[in-house]
Design a protein around this ligand. Structure first.
Ligand code: 5GP
Ligand code: MG
Ligand code: MG
Length: 187
């Protein structure tokens, strides 16, 4: 109650999220049937961790799972356009099919930066699986690499959304749904 009362509106509830994640996992399962070595799912921390955890458990293939960290918002709600990316991969992605897992693509700065970093490490293809996409705010276009594909969960209206991994000032990531904060809860 304490935290849910901060939410003005729910955009996607737990069931809707779960169903859509199953569909994305089925698409990925169908697209990488015989990859050897197995594809590497790389989540962009912190926002994508919850989506990553749900998604990987629904993919019916041998896969590797790793994370990198990217930060662009600090504690605000507007991208500063210069994401800092620290690629701290444990898995060697040289010659591997990589599926980047993101919470949301907004301006596109983070995705294009992360894709360039992973491409330089020799991935043989890079796909992007983003839970949310806000195309209205795109500033930079990003392209998958090689035979990589783009998977999208939902197209988000142009609100600052929280929950299911997405934060405001590091809070609200643990909401099980995607929602919009009441204005009085922005600092
Ligand atoms: P971009 O670099 O595409 O502008 O932003 C990407 C990152 O900004 C996302 O991975 C996410 O962490 C954050 N972001 C973008 N839009 C939203 C939003 O509506 N809500 C939250 N909580 N984070 C967002
Ligand atoms: Mg993110
Ligand atoms: Mg954030």
């Amino acid at each position: 109650m304490i935290m849910h009362s901060h939410i003005e509106r729910i955009l996607w509830n737990e069931d809707e999220i779960s169903n859509r994640v199953s569909e994305l996992a089925a698409l990925i399962t169908a697209d990488f049937p015989t990859s050897s070595p197995p594809p590497v799912l790389v989540g962009v921390a912190t926002g994508a961790l919850i989506f990553l955890a749900d998604l990987v458990r629904k993919i019916n293939l041998p896969i590797a799972v790793d994370v990198i960290r990217a930060e662009s918002y600090g504690s605000g709600t507007v991208s500063n356009g210069a994401p800092s990316v620290s690629v701290g991969l444990k898995v060697d992605i040289k010659g591997r099919h990589v599926i980047l897992v993101e919470d949301i693509v907004d301006t596109g700065h983070t995705m294009s930066r992360v894709i360039a970093d992973l491409e330089s490490k020799g991935a043989s293809s890079i796909s992007v699986c983003t839970f949310l996409d806000k195309p209205a705010r795109r500033k930079v276009n990003f392209k998958p690499v090689g035979e990589g594909k783009i998977y999208r969960g939902f197209e988000s209206p142009d609100y600052f959304v929280v929950g299911y991994g997405l934060d405001y000032a590091e809070i609200y990531r643990n909401l099980p749904y995607i929602g919009v904060l009441k204005p009085e809860h922005y600092m």
